[in-house]
Design a protein around this ligand. Structure first.
Ligand code: SF4
Length: 335
């Protein structure tokens, strides 16, 4: 598989490594995966707060350097890119952040956020060309230019602001859009519109989407593949259908069981885990929370096992199954 964007054995540690261990947080721990160059995909990176998913997104965008391992774009290590290569990377990897309000300066009309990338990347030669590009991008995400341009941020709804962010990403003709919790701050009624804008970027414009989320429901709605992260490590990866419909890792089972159910007689989170034990594990990080923890779990790290086709799980419960032949979990994604 030709790789567009990849991380190879990447780790990120916050805090001073020279300090005592308790002052150090391993936010991302030896993660390897990639997204394909030859086919646009939508991949979710999911986990609860503190799982390392947003740090992994920042590493992939080149916004923070790893402590070890490499992040590559089109086979080139980000750490060794020239200035011109970094400019191309910045244009081709576009972020859409969680907070649509933070991206706007209240003193500028919203047109400003669309004009900036045009100027920065030299996307238009004339004002007229710039206007046409902006209007075209807005219409592609379902916004009417006449009703939106010329307004100040406070005059637009949260959903309009977030869709403008999608239009801004589209203007840059990106290869990858990194969407970090893009619907967590908009109303439920607008969620579907924004998710369908992301799907449109993928299907109509051939853009790969990395969808960073704690919400398995929206991941299930739009993604094809999913990586589940826990404490900085990938614990399960595969097709979203397999992983969410039939989770194998005890942590994924916990996440899936916590999805709110539309049944007023049923409690949220049908399965509850035993009280968290305080015992530290030098093996599987989930052992202190895991009801299935075995003796070996406390001292050894599980490999990536293959309990079925198109999915891998880092858990000793599947130790009788074959293992992945490398730590690259994306090798099991459909090609
Ligand atoms: Fe639980 Fe052991 Fe599997 Fe970790 S490896 S999730 S502790 S059963």
């Amino acid at each position: 598989m030709a790789k567009l964007l990849s991380v190879q054995n990447v780790s990120k540690i916050f805090g001073n490594e020279g300090l005592r261990k308790k002052d150090v947080t391993v936010a991302v721990d030896d993660v390897t995966f990639s997204i394909a160059d030859d086919r646009p995909t939508i991949t979710a990176i999911a986990g609860e707060s503190g799982s390392g998913k947003t740090t992994l997104a920042l590493l992939l965008m080149g916004q923070i350097p790893p402590n070890s391992g490499t992040v590559s774009y089109r086979g080139k290590d980000l750490a060794h890119m020239t200035r011109d290569e970094k400019t191309i990377l910045t244009r081709e990897l576009q972020p859409i952040y969680q907070d649509p309000y933070a991206a706007y300066n209240p003193f500028y009309r919203v047109d400003h956020v669309l004009q900036m990338p045009i100027k920065r990347f030299g996307l238009a030669k004339t004002k007229e060309e710039s206007r046409l590009l902006i209007e075209d991008a807005m219409e592609k995400v379902g916004l009417r230019p006449a009703e939106t341009l010329g307004r100040y941020p406070h005059q637009l709804s949260g959903g309009q602001k977030q869709r403008l962010m999608v239009a801004r990403a589209l203007l840059c003709q990106p290869k990858v859009v990194m969407a970090d919790e893009p619907v967590s701050m908009v109303d439920a009624s607008l969620r579907a519109t924004i998710l369908s804008s992301l799907r449109k970027l993928n299907q109509d414009f051939g853009i790969s989407i990395l969808y960073i989320t704690h919400d398995l429901t929206t991941a299930y709605q739009i993604c094809e593949n999913i990586l589940i992260m826990y404490a900085g490590s990938v614990v399960e990866a595969g097709s979203v259908d397999q992983v969410i419909r039939n989770p194998k890792h005890p942590y994924t089972q916990l996440l899936v069981s916590s999805i709110p159910l539309p049944d007023k007689n049923k409690r949220w989170g049908g399965v509850e885990f035993e009280e968290i034990q305080l015992r530290k594990s030098s093996g599987c990080k989930f052992a202190p929370r895991c009801p299935a923890a075995m003796h070996e779990c406390w001292s050894q790290r599980p490999a990536f096992y293959l309990p079925d086709e198109g999915r891998t799980v880092a858990c000793f419960l599947y130790k009788d199954q074959p293992t992945l032949d490398s730590s690259d979990v994306s090798q099991i994604f459909p090609t």
